[in-house]
Design a protein around this ligand. Structure first.
Ligand code: ATP
Ligand code: MG
Length: 357
């Protein structure tokens, strides 16, 4: 019997409805070539669902998703629906209830594309941002005292647990083990944040002892952001807390080039719960409905999903197809200076995967 992976497909809003079918087209080509099956469950949850029902997803939505091995998401959000509804009604409950404690973003300058830093000449942009996704600065603990009075004050706690810090560190080191440069950089701010960040540094140093083959360094978040811009070629795996990781995981893909190409993953590494794979870009209302958006971020997210599901050969084939396509001048959408439609790019990549990229 061949291997079967059960995938929950949520195109969501705007260009998500255009990129997800192209992602599926390429996944299907990979499944045929590498001999596994994808069992797809389609969910049309979006801001339209919210307009009709008052909910982004049904009450038992998480139970339905829990049956899948992975979730393949397009984009969520639409003008007129506030972020706290689209985010907190769909994305955040998924991340939290499935303990997707790693947010992973590859930041890679692809051949045939340009980085906004191209004129500075960073040759090799190829690193990962690993963000802690469950605790840290984004705790819900804190409060406002004496509201409306001159004594008013507000606090928000940061929560760093040994369990939470160690597991993200471990993931970063394990990832670095699989990479040629074998280096982990930690984002800190222990010169200003004097309890949690020294603890973060301490756990980083402790974890490093288990990985003698890995080089480490650390920077305060402010100078680290500057280095991302000035020396993106210095980095291999960069690990950050929820807040610092959030900042770096937008900055990283931005220095590496087009938003239309960048993929991301929200991972539960132990595979107790489904992980979620989605492009970095949003629903892009300004170009939605025209089939001119770039599907590569979605397709690359599909490759990350296959790698997580244990289909490394298929994942590598998709990445090779994307690299060759971009390097050799395959059809390009407007964001990369071409005239091709979304489906032209999807078809070309599916064909490349089917024909042995
Ligand atoms: P969100 O808040 O959901 O992240 P946003 O409005 O901040 O959404 P995007 O929806 O990603 O950001 O759009 C930002 C800009 O990038 C828009 O001009 C959009 O057209 C463009 N863009 C985003 N994704 C793509 C894509 N796949 N192909 C081409 N252009 C894109
Ligand atoms: Mg945005």
């Amino acid at each position: 019997m061949s291997r079967t992976h059960r995938i929950a497909v949520v195109p969501g809003d705007g260009i998500g409805k255009e990129t997800v079918p192209e992602g599926l087209r390429v996944l299907d080509a990979a499944a045929r070539r590498f001999g596994f099956d994808l069992q797809l469950d389609h969910y049309d949850w979006s801001c339209e669902t919210y307009a009709q029902t008052g909910r982004m997803m049904p009450e038992d939505g998480l139970d339905q998703l829990a049956k899948s091995d992975s979730i393949f998401l397009g984009a969520v959000g639409w003008p007129g629906v506030p972020d706290h509804i689209s985010l907190w009604g769909l994305l955040i409950p998924i991340r939290r209830s499935f303990d997707q404690y790693i947010s992973l973003r590859p930041c890679k300058l692809m051949p045939g594309t340009t980085s906004p830093l191209a004129n500075r000449g960073p040759k090799d942009i190829d690193f990962y941002v690993v963000r802690e996704n469950t605790e840290g600065e984004y705790s819900s603990s804190g409060g406002r005292m004496f509201p409306g009075t001159p004594r008013e004050f507000v606090t928000q706690d940061s929560v760093f647990t040994r369990h939470g810090v160690d597991r993200v560190m471990k993931y970063a080191f394990e990832l670095a083990q699989t990479r040629p440069r074998k280096k982990v950089t930690s984002a800190t701010k222990s010169n200003g944040i004097t309890f949690t960040m020294p603890y973060w540094d301490e756990r980083f140093a402790e974890m490093a002892k288990n990985y003698p083959g890995i080089t480490t360094d650390q920077f305060h978040i402010d100078i680290l952001c500057a280095h991302f811009v000035q020396h993106p070629d210095w980095f291999d795996v960069v690990v950050g807390s929820n807040l610092f990781g959030d900042i770096l995981s937008d900055l990283g893909p931005a220095v590496a080039g087009s938003i239309g190409i960048a993929p991301s993953a929200n991972i539960n590494p132990e595979k107790v719960y489904p992980s979620m794979f989605e492009p970095v870009h949003g629903s892009a209302p300004d170009i939605a409905g025209k089939f001119i958006c770039n599907p590569i971020g979605q397709i690359w997210s599909g490759a990350m999903m296959l790698e997580h599901l244990g289909e490394k050969d298929a994942a590598d084939a998709i990445l090779r197809a994307i690299e060759t396509h971009l390097a050799e001048g395959g059809p390009r959408t407007r964001d990369l200076g071409g005239q091709a439609g979304t489906e032209d790019v999807g078809r070309a990549l599916a064909e490349a995967v089917a024909n042995g990229a």
